[in-house]
Design a protein around this ligand. Structure first.
Ligand code: NAP
Length: 326
């Protein structure tokens, strides 16, 4: 009998075709994610699930899917999946690291430049008819070149952001769980053993650690107090690394100069969120990996992970390889 797969969204066509070679596939084609109710019904008979970061894949869902062998998450982050629970049940979990690294680093840098040089605000200003003349004091921002960038979480994406920063002659500091002496030597990065030291010295702080109990609200009121009043926070990781209320206060009170964020604590950000009333924050709708080429590569990788799991092999990118193979 053919395997059965549920996909919680339409992804690139070639990836769907690949999966259809080995499985009967049902796809949620809505623009918004399937409701919890739909998800619980759809997974009842499936062997494989292709999920997105908007789908909560928890014990309740696994209870509803007794045949489930593989969860393939179309993202490098997997904080939406209860991996410990999946492991306990012998379900392999795959993710899509690497292929989105540079694309996400590009977006982090785009946010950094936009927030520093007020490009989004300038665009709004122009469209609102406020551009009356060339003004010597109009829309002044902060220089990126030769400034100090502090990277929090020097993994794949953090390192690519650091490499981009070097092209702008920036000094790059990093604070991360693991020290990387080779990168210090080759890329000229400077290690800081604690977050406060990095925050105090940096003109830009860019977050690249994954979301976990340890990183929850790692940027809160106390941390913003330590930053320079001219500093800018960039977050392309996960919204809950930042205490968003504290970020709002810090931006409103001028404790920091600006922010560029691709992720928020609640996604989509509610339209009555006070952050949306501030001009000194640039917000993009979680589009870090959203390039044509990268989304296709992610879809193919997710398909390969899914197929491997269906066939009783370890997914090429497996988060829980300790799950015993059949
Ligand atoms: P990665 O290679 O695993 O890098 C994460 C880095 O953070 C690692 O160096 C890790 O340390 C470090 N780290 C972990 N816990 C930490 C802590 N408590 N304090 C300080 N550093 C810590 O992951 P990646 O591929 O660069 O992706 C990073 C994150 O970006 C993902 O988890 C995801 O949430 C997010 N992301 C967002 C988008 C988007 O669309 N906005 C796209 C892709 C990824 P070790 O070296 O010790 O592991």
């Amino acid at each position: 009998m053919k395997h059965r797969v549920y996909m919680t969204r339409l992804i690139a066509g070639p990836a769907i075709s690949l999966i259809e070679q080995v499985a009967d596939v049902r796809i949620w084609e809505g623009e918004l994610p399937p409701s919890r109710e739909v998800l619980l019904t759809e997974v009842r008979e499936v062997d494989g699930l292709l999920s997105l970061l908007t789908d909560k894949v928890d014990a309740g869902l696994m209870d509803a899917a007794p045949r489930l062998k593989v969860i393939s998450n179309l993202a490098v982050g997997y904080d939406n999946v209860d991996v410990a629970e999946a492991t306990r049940r012998g379900i392999v979990v795959g993710n899509t690291p690497g292929v989105l690294t540079e694309t996400t680093a590009d977006l982090a840098f785009a946010l950094l430049l936009s927030a520093a040089r007020r490009t989004v605000e300038g665009d709004r200003w122009t469209r609102e008819g406020k551009w009356k003349t060339w003004g010597p004091m109009t829309l002044l921002g902060y220089d990126v070149h030769h400034a100090t960038l502090g990277i929090v979480g020097l993994g794949r994406i953090g390192l690519e952001v650091a490499r981009r920063a070097k092209g702008f002659d920036m000094r790059v500091l990093y604070y991360s769980r693991t020290r990387r002496p080779a990168e210090e030597q080759h890329t000229g990065l400077e290690w800081r053993g604690d977050l406060p030291s990095l925050l105090a010295e940096s003109d830009f702080v860019s977050l690249h650690a994954p979301y976990s109990a340890q990183t929850h609200h790692m940027m809160g009121g106390a941390e913003f107090e330590l930053m320079k009043a001219s500093a800018i926070l960039i977050n392309t990781s996960r919204g809950s690394l930042v205490d968003q209320k504290a970020l709002y206060e810090a931006l409103r009170e001028g404790k920091i100069a600006g922010a560029g964020i691709d992720v928020t604590e609640v996604e989509p950000i509610p339209l009555d969120d006070p952050l949306l009333n501030l001009n000194n924050v640039v917000i993009t709708p979680h589009i870090g990996s959203a390039s044509h080429s990268t989304r296709t590569k992610m879809a193919m990788m997710a398909a390969e992970n899914l197929i491997a799991g269906l066939q009783g092999r370890l997914p090429p990118n497996c988060i829980n390889p300790q799950v015993p193979k059949e």
